[in-house]
Design a protein around this ligand. Structure first.
Ligand SMILES: [Zn+2]
Length: 110
């Protein structure tokens, strides 16, 4: 997974697991959990590998969700709503991202 994709996903989701709200680490740090990217609609079910389908998730939530298709189970409406907001929001520049990510980390107490 390209690091910049993770960073953008991390920023879009405010550094928290989309499913349980757990605060995730921006970078791999000893003893701290780095998150993972989950595809809300699984790639195996035709979901796109695109920003509008990428969700920041902790590993336990990612594992638990696995190949669940939210279109079939109607789970996580709040995640679906947030993804729509993200899809409608502009992509910030790399420079902005570099400036904003440390701010976000500070806000999260990292
Ligand atoms: Zn989680």
């Amino acid at each position: 997974m390209a690091d910049v994709i993770y960073k953008r996903c991390y920023f879009d989701w405010g550094g928290r697991c989309a499913y349980c709200g757990f605060i995730l680490q921006r970078q791999k740090t000893l003893g701290k959990t780095k998150g993972s990217i989950d595809h809300f609609i699984p790639l195996s079910k035709g979901g796109r590998n695109a920003r509008c389908n990428r969700v920041l998730a902790c590993y336990p939530c990612n594992l638990a969700k696995n190949d669940t298709d939210p279109r079939e189970t109607n789970q996580w409406p709040h995640v679906e709503q947030r993804l729509a907001e993200i899809a409608a929001s502009p992509i910030i520049s790399h420079r902005q991202l570099k400036r904003l990510l440390p701010e976000l980390t500070r806000q999260l107490g990292g």
